[in-house]
Design a protein around this ligand. Structure first.
Ligand code: MRU
Length: 351
């Protein structure tokens, strides 16, 4: 089943509102960089690659929106350029951890800068074409990762995943869930164990929905059940996605991933990370330097107006954690599988 997490319609960006899935299915419409930034911040769209694609469209929308008559006066920065800079800034501030956001903005900026001095309407068209290409490329990359990853899973494997690294977290197919889809496509019987993923419940709401819709057997557990399942020999492999991999192979992913990796090592279960090259940040030496988003206490306190936490208690809500490279069995990339990732192996990927 094709899931269009983001789509271009009537010269606007439409994104599935992931906050209300699976109870309701609805597209929201976006027409500016600021509105897309708000969509990313409020998690209408989430998942590292999908955030990158959304940001690319945000830049294109801003170029389309700004009046193309805002020409450059002699020796001055044009109003168009100033508007574009403001668009880049608001998008860059939408979420801090997923490097794909900054990767996509850098790519869009280099297109924009390569066209300085050209007609604004032509710049907008070119930026839109680049956003379309980033979307299409993301699906191709997920397919390639899926094919490599599928080979790692034995027929009949029971695979645990954390958060949602599926079609909904990308432009389509998915990174970790793309590996499951590709394994099934290759004729393997696999079953998925989905961690619920407190507090935003991406596992219960999104991963479970994607797998159920595709008839891939899936069992939902709460996050604190993973150790029990592993200790009983009910997990053969773990596959997760990632928001940023540091140059030494440390992996930032949804809060709780580190716990799963430690448990996997304790039980001799392979721990795989599906990771497009756009998620590797060679400018960050180790995971200690990856910015970790701290989200609102309300997500932990309760749901909507109902608060189960004791009033007055202080609350932490770090949204990601870092799994040290030594706990990672392999990264699955579009260029192949990198076993026991380290600085040299990651550097070699970019040669
Ligand atoms: O806070 P989210 O839902 O954006 O976090 C998403 C994750 O942590 C995913 O595992 C990660 O982005 C990989 S998605 C292919």
């Amino acid at each position: 089943m094709k899931v269009e997490t983001l789509r271009w319609a009537d010269n606007k960006l439409e994104m599935i509102d992931q906050r209300i899935l699976p109870a309701s299915f609805e597209y929201l419409t976006y027409d500016s960089a600021a509105s897309v930034a708000e969509g990313i911040h409020s998690m209408v769209v989430r998942g590292a690659p999908a955030i990158g694609v959304a940001a690319a469209y945000g830049v294109a929308l801003e170029a389309l929106r700004l009046p193309s008559t805002l020409r450059q006066a002699q020796g001055e920065r044009s109003e168009f350029d100033k508007g574009m800079e403001a668009g880049f800034t608001v998008l860059a501030q939408s979420r801090p951890t997923a490097i794909n956001l900054f990767w996509a903005l850098k790519r869009m900026r280099s297109v924009w800068e390569s066209m300085k001095g050209q007609d604004n309407a032509a710049v907008a068209e070119r930026l839109l074409a680049e956003a379309h290409e980033i979307l299409a490329e993301d699906i191709r990359i997920n397919r390639a990762m899926g094919a490599f990853g599928a080979q790692l899973l034995p027929d009949g494997a029971r695979v645990l995943t954390h958060c949602n690294a599926g079609a909904l977290a990308t432009a389509g197919w998915g990174t970790a869930l793309g590996v499951f889809r590709s394994a099934v496509e290759a004729g393997k019987k696999i079953s998925v164990i989905a961690d619920e993923t407190r507090p935003f419940l991406q596992g219960a709401r999104l991963t479970a929905r994607e797998m159920v819709q595709e008839n891939i057997p899936v069992t939902l557990i709460t996050d604190n059940m993973a150790g029990f399942m592993m200790s009983r020999g009910e997990v053969d492999a773990v596959v997760v996605g990632t928001d940023r991999v540091a140059a030494n192979g440390d992996v930032a992913n949804k809060i709780g991933t580190y716990m799963v990796a430690v448990l996997a090592r304790r039980h001799n279960i392979p721990f795989y990370v599906a990771c497009p090259l756009s998620t590797i940040d060679m400018n960050i030496a180790s995971g200690a330097d990856i910015p970790i988003e701290e989200r609102s206490a309300d997500e932990v306190k309760g749901f909507r107006d109902y608060h189960w936490a004791a009033e007055g208690v202080s609350i932490r809500n770090p949204s990601f954690d870092v799994t040290p490279a030594e706990l990672v069995t392999a990264l699955i990339t579009e260029r192949g599988v990198v076993r026991q990732p380290d600085r040299d192996k990651l550097r070699a990927l970019f040669k």
